[in-house]
Design a protein around this ligand. Structure first.
Ligand code: SAM
Length: 231
């Protein structure tokens, strides 16, 4: 039974504990959070899935969405697939490091396959050159998935396929370092001819800054859409 009485302050306190966690510890943390993840996400105004899916919708070709193979990395409970289904996407494979989050995703019935892997310590369990769209929301940040995953996302996409990513900028020095490192990798991969940037956009209201105990300020972030090279 979930605890519907949790306040935003309770959630802020709860989310303090993952500071300094490695990827494995964070995945275990989500095993605990799974029970209240969706209710808590609503309370802290976690808008990333809506913002990213709107961004993808605005920039992805409109035809044949029903045939598109989607890899939803760090799929969590399935919030991204839920929104993509409403836009006509139908075929989803999900990956996540938390068994309990994957159980929630299984219960939705949206996914034809769900795979457990703690990324950063295990390789992305996805066939190379297979997916028309690879999407990752809410997990490119410190204590979650290291920047090295980005090459694997590109590898999983078909030639000409799309990779849609979002990154939140926590109000900390750590966040800035992640951003720097991610943008360097994106540029490098473009220089190597692996893909090209279709567009990117700032996210103004990603979610309430849970590290700020005094006020309910919003965090910002960035969404990126890349297209894998055809060669
Ligand atoms: C904020 S949730 C986002 C879930 C979903 N994409 C959404 O937007 O609702 C982050 C997800 O990333 C997963 N995660 C965090 N670190 C991970 C890692 N190293 N490998 C795989 N999954 C990870 C968590 O288990 C969790 O489900």
């Amino acid at each position: 039974m979930s605890d519907c009485t949790r306040t935003v302050d309770d959630i802020k306190t709860f989310l303090q504990c993952w500071k300094g966690y490695d990827s494995q510890q964070t995945a275990s943390f989500y095993d605990v959070w799974a029970k209240t993840y969706e209710e808590d996400s609503e309370k802290i105004n976690y808008r990333a899935p809506n913002l990213v899916v709107d961004f993808l919708n605005a920039n992805y070709p409109t035809s044949n969405r029903g045939d598109v193979q989607v890899l939803d990395v760090a799929c969590g409970s399935g919030l991204v697939a839920k929104l993509m289904l409403e836009l006509g996407f139908k075929h989803f494979v999900g990956v996540d490091g938390s068994k309990n989050m994957l159980d929630l995703a299984t219960a939705t019935g949206y996914y034809k396959d769900l795979r457990l892997a703690v990324l950063g310590t295990e390789p992305l369990p996805a066939e190379s050159g297979t997916y028309d769209v690879v999407v990752i929301v809410g997990a490119l940040r410190h204590e979650h998935i290291p920047v090295s995953i980005i090459r694997e996302l590109c590898q999983a996409a078909k030639p000409g396929g799309y990779v849609c990513m979002s990154r939140v900028d926590p109000n900390s020095e750590l966040g800035d370092k992640y951003k720097e490192c991610m943008e360097k990798e994106l540029r490098l991969m473009e220089e190597e001819g692996l893909w090209s940037c279709v567009t990117n956009e700032e996210m103004k209201n990603y979610m309430i800054d849970v590290s700020n105990k005094q006020e309910d300020k919003f965090l910002v972030g960035t969404m990126y859409l890349y297209r894998k090279s055809l060669k």
